[in-house]
Design a protein around this ligand. Structure first.
Ligand code: COA
Length: 709
């Protein structure tokens, strides 16, 4: 097994071969050679085709075996049945990277052949991009090794896309929008190279200012999370993921053969990593174009300058939606804008210049905002009026955009009107002036800029592992495994909770009536009793639970009733006894869970119990490992968070103890992969300083045998 080739050679190859180069202009093999030649690639090019000859002024080699030179990259565009042999040729030659254009592998159920190719490549230290891709473009090498459009504009946005066709369409869109690319890479089936490999290069590449990714499914999620966390503090990373809806997820799974996973989990983890997820491709492109050029704001004081009250209100709503903070120091706003605002206008934010404002008033107001040391960014809105003609409008926007760029302060324009205004927007967008027809789009861009700024300011790579007794954890797992179970019995779950330091109510298991009474008296009334049987998982359904037992008589009655109910529910069930436990005062109930997520590996979840999780789906997720701060943010993120702060005279709950519990579960599922699913439901949270207690714990184990696989 050779060392894997450096990813740099995928973007900066000194020599490129094309296997399947064809003189037939209708074939992909022709298009690839044409794009490489016309794109101005300065390295050495080796078209390969058994027929030999010449193509676009290049000698065509009959086989790679004829080439004496070292080859950094060999693009494969031969049919699926000949791909393995072509890769063998590359392996013999010591090629570093093989982007495989060819379709017909795992996306069509032919995973075996794909694995065979990757195995062969790995044995030779060769990396495979794809298969099922449109290729690679790298501005640094002037290399257009794609069968997409020629003449890709060079710039600072890098695109990584799982869908090839969409990638080709994105190249078209970037041309229309005048967005320059530093790279575009199609990852297709991700049999070997994936987003993490590419990000490793792109985050260090000086030409790339922003990365846009289109993702359908995540593999090796733990590695992706670690890479994204590093990447997003270096440059903005924008992601668009399909498969939000259930049907969409199924479509995505059959497109590239990858597992789409839960969209809520994906969404939460992207936020955790500081990655910005666009609702649509359009939003993502808007962000990329804006963020690639916008200066970094010094603070978050934003001012809206408008000539229409209505559009100002819309912008105010949008600001709340996208987390844009509007500056509200009335005195300073008056001081800044008083002289440029008519008496019947408003200097409050939004600053309303009114419909009578012409270019001079706009210029003066925007210049005042630019000059103010209290204002960090401006949102300039314009509704078409007779006072401004479109010519003036374009001039005013252009000159102010220029002044703000030079002054290092962000500005975004939104203009609304008829045909003249629309064509003005078209012209200005071509010039990369940040102007939008829709006010929400303009505000969304500013919101993205602030999010990035905030992420960098707040980022910490700290990891807060909890102190758990891993030996005891493994003992509990081994006990369940020895009995051939993939779930834990209450006593094993209790052991597990002891191992990680989560308190449970005091309890004892009684094997007869006397023991039950004795246990109740030792624990103290009121108590709860529950049937203990490996065959009865849903105890309430079986009539196997009795709550709030206040005295000896009630314990005796309940003991008998529970046993009778359980026998009736499942006559052949093994009954191991009745658990007697302390009846807790149930105040605020939460759910804390953790699992081995199919896409992201160890993850944690948190929500308030009952309807909040079940009906309102008010839950937060994170990938493990995580810092205390991340766990705190996770708790704060749920909509029902105010209930933990104490409502209607109640005291603040012990939020720190909840955070501790999240960290304990995160550590557990990271250090013990055999625990596939654990849920503390409910986890009762007492007043501040009083801690938490898990009333019920459900633990599932992975079906594989080792305790730490
Ligand atoms: N080395 C070099 N050249 C070889 C070869 C080898 N081992 N095996 C075959 N060739 C040549 C062929 O002779 C042919 O050349 P010719 O035109 O001179 O006859 C050329 O390679 C192409 O082979 P051909 O059989 O004509 O295939 P094709 O061009 O019709 O299709 C693919 C090849 C890869 C394009 C096709 O199989 C495919 O997968 N298409 C889908 C691609 C796609 O959509 N990818 C995802 C994008 S998002």
């Amino acid at each position: 097994m050779n060392r894997p080739a450096d990813i740099r050679y995928l973007f900066e190859p000194r020599s490129v071969a094309v296997l399947g180069a064809s003189a037939d202009r209708s074939k992909i093999g022709y298009r690839l050679v044409e794009n490489i030649v016309r794109g101005g690639y300065a390295g050495k090019l080796y078209p390969v085709n058994p027929k030999g000859g010449e193509l676009l002024g290049q000698k065509v080699w009959r086989s790679l075996d004829e080439v004496a030179d070292e080859i950094d990259m060999a693009v494969i565009a031969v049919p699926a049945k000949g791909t393995y042999q072509a890769v063998e040729q590359c392996a013999r030659h010591g090629v570093k990277h093989v982007p495989i254009i060819t379709s017909g592998f795992s996306e069509m159920g032919n995973a075996e052949e794909e694995h065979r190719i990757v195995r062969l490549a790995r044995e030779h230290g060769m990396r495979v991009l794809g298969p099922n891709i449109f290729g690679v473009f790298s501005a640094k090498s002037s290399l257009n090794a794609t069968f997409g459009p020629p003449g890709i504009q060079h710039g600072s946005v890098a695109i990584v896309t799982q869908s090839g066709a969409l990638g080709i369409a994105m190249i078209g869109k970037t041309a229309v929008e005048n967005i320059g690319l530093s790279a575009i890479v199609s990852v297709g089936n991700k049999a070997d190279i994936d987003e993490s490999d590419l990000l490793t290069y792109l985050m260090a590449d000086e030409q790339t200012r922003i990365v846009l990714m289109y993702i359908e499914g995540v593999q090796h999620g733990e590695r992706l999370v670690a890479t994204l966390k590093q990447a997003a503090i270096k440059k903005p990373v924008v992601v668009v993921k399909s498969g939000r809806s259930k049907r969409g997820a199924i479509a995505a799974a059959s497109h590239t053969g990858s597992l789409a996973g839960s969209d809520e989990v994906f969404d939460a983890i992207m936020r955790q990593c500081g990655v910005m997820r666009g609702e649509s491709l359009e939003e993502a492109f808007n962000w990329c174009k804006f963020l690639a050029a916008a200066p970094t704001p010094r603070g978050e004081n934003t001012v809206i300058v408008t000539n229409g009250g209505g559009i100002g209100v819309l912008a105010t709503d949008a600001s709340e939606k996208y987390g844009v903070k509007l500056y509200d120091d009335a005195r300073l706003l008056k001081e800044t804008f008083g002289s440029v605002t008519p008496d019947f206008g408003s200097t409050k934010n939004p600053v309303d210049l009114t419909g009578q404002a012409g270019p001079q008033q706009y210029d003066a107001a925007l210049a005042a905002a630019l000059a103010s040391e209290h204002i960090d960014a401006t949102l300039a809105l314009y509704c078409e009026t007779a006072i401004f003609d479109a010519q003036n409008l374009a001039g005013m926007i252009r000159s102010n955009a220029d002044a703000y760029r030079k002054g290092g302060k962000p500005i975004v324009f939104s203009t609304l009107g008829g045909e003249m205004t629309e064509s003005c927007i078209g012209v200005l967008r071509k010039e990369s002036v940040p102007v939008f027809g829709e006010v929400y789009q303009a505000v969304s861009c500013l919101g993205a800029l602030y999010r990035q700024r905030r992420h960098i300011a707040e980022y910490s790579d700290a990891v807060d592992e909890a102190d758990i007794d891993i030996g005891l954890v493994e003992k509990a797992v081994a006990s369940a495994r020895a009995a051939g179970r993939t779930f834990m019995l209450p006593r094993e779950s209790r052991e597990l909770m002891r191992a990680i330091g989560v308190a449970m109510p005091q309890n004892a298991v009684a094997h007869n009536l006397d023991e039950a009474v004795k246990a109740a008296e030792t624990i103290g009334y009121p108590v709860v009793m529950k049937i203990v049987s490996p065959e009865i998982i849903h105890k309430s359904d079986a009539g196997g639970v009795a709550l709030d037992l206040e005295n000896k008589e009630e314990v005796i009655d309940a003991y008998q009733a529970i046993n009778v109910n359980a026998r009736r529910y499942k006559p052949d069930a093994r009954i191991e006894g009745v658990e007697v436990s302390q009846m807790l005062v149930r105040t605020t109930e939460t759910i804390v869970g953790a699992r081995q997520d199919k896409a992201f590996g160890p993850t944690v979840m948190f929500g308030l119990g009952g309807i909040y999780v079940e009906v309102m789906k008010d839950v937060a997720f994170r990938a493990a490992p995580l810092s205390r701060k991340e766990a705190q943010l996770m708790v704060k993120e749920i909509r029902s968070y105010p209930l933990l702060l104490g409502v209607r005279g109640e005291k603040r709950k012990d939020i720190e103890a909840v955070v501790d519990t999240i960290l304990k579960l995160a550590t557990l599922v990271r250090r013990c992969r055999a625990v596939s699913d654990i849920e503390l439901n409910p986890l009762v949270v007492y007043d501040h300083g009083q801690g938490v207690k898990a009333l019920d714990v459900r633990v599932l184990l992975s079906s594989s045998l080792s305790s730490n696989d």
